[in-house]
Design a protein. Structure first.
Length: 281
């Protein structure tokens, strides 16, 4: 008759780790150790190879060029708010570019997101739609904005359209993943009433994903508020265009003022977005 755990413990038959109440750590196999070594060793090799490529040899210049840094820092610590009304107006234009870009992106993302969801769309539809989404997400905003500047000219419209396409691809990906994680019960309940596939989506899918979709859209609006600033550097309107001109003209006092305006605006947008998301979820 085999010993009970209590008897075995008393006789010292169990391992010390178990007898002391401390679980024995799982042992890694040789293949797991080799895989870890290959992975982390590969990262270490890439870091060493790229040391010169990324100009890390010039890192000591942060100390040797202190006078230049101090001169630049003094200018930045004296922001020039003489034209604060103009700066606020341009920042408001930047926010409007981000808002319109996000608004149009939602209308692009909803049909793409539904068509890319594997649980409601056939495979022959899902695959090409997902490739379209990959294309929209992979092209940088600046490249898309450049194309639209050629088409519609300099100004905010190019920024709006660039943000709309790129954000549409990102939101479509997020929307499709939200649809794929829904509860099938409500959809089956709607289907049991004899509803068409379109009504199944309207009454069984959309109510489940609407709060999450709205949260995703608000988050992208926050990101677009920052991205719209960068698009201004190539003439797509907003405060980024003035920022680029001031940097080129070494007008660091106004650069500092612009940076402060951008930080304040993005912080306010982030705070408002968080409040809205909490009320939705």
């Amino acid at each position: 008759m085999s010993e009970t755990p209590k008897t075995a413990l008393a006789s010292g038959a169990l391992p010390t780790a178990v007898a002391g109440g401390i679980p024995r750590p799982p042992a890694k196999s040789l293949s797991a150790w080799l895989l870890d070594l290959l992975l982390w060793g590969g990262i270490a090799v890439v870091l060493m190879i790229s040391f010169d490529k990324v100009d890390m040899v010039n890192l000591p210049k942060l100390i040797t060029n202190q006078e230049s840094i101090r001169t630049y820092g003094r200018e930045l610590l004296r922001p020039d708010f003489t034209n604060w009304r103009h700066l606020v107006g341009l920042m408001w234009l930047t926010v409007q570019i981000a808002l319109w870009g996000t608004f149009i992106a939602v209308f692009i993302a909803v049909p793409l997101g539904l068509a890319a969801a594997r649980n409601i769309a056939p495979a022959w539809v899902v695959w090409p739609v997902r490739r379209v989404m990959d294309l929209l997400r992979s092209i940088p905003d600046l490249v898309i904005a450049t194309l639209f500047i050629v088409a519609v000219g300099l100004g905010p419209l190019a920024g709006v359209l660039a943000l709309a396409l790129n954000t549409g691809g990102v939101l479509a990906k997020l929307f499709s993943e939200a649809v794929e994680s829904i509860d099938k019960g409500p959809v089956e309940g709607v289907r049991a009433t004899g509803a068409t596939p379109l009504l199944e989506i309207v009454w069984g899918v959309i109510p489940q994903v609407a709060p999450l979709w709205t949260s995703f859209a608000l988050y992208r609006f926050e990101s677009n508020s920052r991205a719209a600033t960068v698009l201004g550097l190539i003439g797509a309107g907003g405060i980024g265009q003035l920022l680029f001109e001031d940097i080129q003209g070494f007008n660091y006092n106004e650069v500092s003022a612009i940076a402060i305006v951008i930080v304040v605006a993005v912080t306010l947008i982030d705070t408002l977005s968080q409040i809205m998301r909490k009320r939705l979820l």
